[in-house]
Design a protein around this ligand. Structure first.
Ligand code: CP
Length: 303
């Protein structure tokens, strides 16, 4: 495989290989000297056309820990601001002989376009409302660390499912691992047309709590919402927000995930973020290991 654009083509064997490789890289991050020479001489382009903290920093750290060279590109300080198209920007980067690009873009399938045009690899770091495959893989590693085998487990995803690339990649990946996915959110953001994804749809968070082994809360993505599509922030928080009182209704061993950034007091209260059930910082830690594994498997494992 040259690219990682979606979780759809990953076989159970591919997924196990990624998780095993990531687990071995978790040890590198615990060492005094957190660096291995695996990708020395390779050039990785981090091209972020949308804001990011976790994904960008963890890819940068992952590439540095594998000794790759990095070119970092941000749309706000580049010639994109002067009207240069994505393909023209990529043609210029191509002339600089990169080995792989990590691309985040507000247009769904922008990474697919570049993967078709160029010989270097592309990793999708989040495209519009389509997919966020590396987030789903780090979520999977976190879930397996806490729950073990996922076959038969029930995972709840609550919030704006329709606009969530995190939800889409997770639904596909979790089902490949044999888990059952239950989604909930306001009717406009969690419509019945998502039934084709094979999920169980509930319309209130209270209908999910008693039933799940893990609960993934999604960020309310105000930047993608048309006016009137969502209840007011107060109403959203009252009907779908995870308060400590609601979190206490989960099974004793159930865990809580959030991809970040968190709107505290909207989709999740601060005392839930800080609670023992919350594995949000494990997700961040695992993000570096998953991204090291993917860079290694796409670029380094052949040499
Ligand atoms: N989870 C996630 O994609 O976070 P960032 O937008 O900060 O990268």
């Amino acid at each position: 495989m040259k690219d990682l654009l979606s979780v759809r083509p990953l076989s159970p064997e591919n997924i196990e290989k990624i998780l095993q490789t990531a687990t071995s890289f978790l040890d590198v991050s615990k060492r005094d000297i957190k660096k291995v020479p695996t990708l020395r001489g390779k050039t990785i382009v981090l091209a972020f056309f949308e804001n990011s903290t976790r994904t960008k920093l963890s890819f940068e750290l992952a590439a540095k820990r594998l000794s790759a060279d990095i070119i970092s590109f941000s749309s706000s300080t580049s010639s994109t601001k002067k009207g240069e198209s994505l393909l023209d920007t990529a043609r210029n980067i191509d002339a600089m002989s990169p080995d792989l690009m990590v691309l985040r873009h507000s247009q769904s399938r922008a990474p697919h376009l570049l993967a078709q045009h160029f010989s270097w690899g592309v990793i999708n770091a989040g495209d519009g409302i389509n997919e966020h495959p590396t987030q789903a893989l780090l979520d999977l590693l976190t879930l397996k660390q806490h729950l073990g085998v996922l076959k038969g487990r029930k995972i709840g995803i609550v919030g704006d499912i329709y606009h969530s690339r995190v939800a889409r990649s997770n639904i596909i990946l979790l089902q490949k691992m044999g888990a059952k996915v239950i989604i909930a959110g306001p009717g406009t953001l969690c419509p019945d047309l998502l039934l084709h994804l094979g999920v169980d749809i509930r319309h209130g968070i209270d209908e999910v709590l008693d039933d799940v082994d893990a609960l993934m809360m999604l960020r309310v993505q105000r930047e993608r919402l048309e006016p009137g599509i969502m209840p007011s922030v107060d109403e959203y928080s009252r009907l779908y927000g995870l308060s400590l009182q609601r979190a206490n209704r989960l099974h004793r061993d159930a865990i809580i995930l959030h991809p970040g950034p968190i709107n505290r007091g909207v989709e999740m209260d601060s005392d839930v973020v800080a609670s023992e059930r919350s594995v949000i910082m494990d997700q961040v830690k695992n993000g570096i290991a998953i991204r090291m594994a993917l860079l290694y498997l796409l670029l380094g494992s052949q040499s």
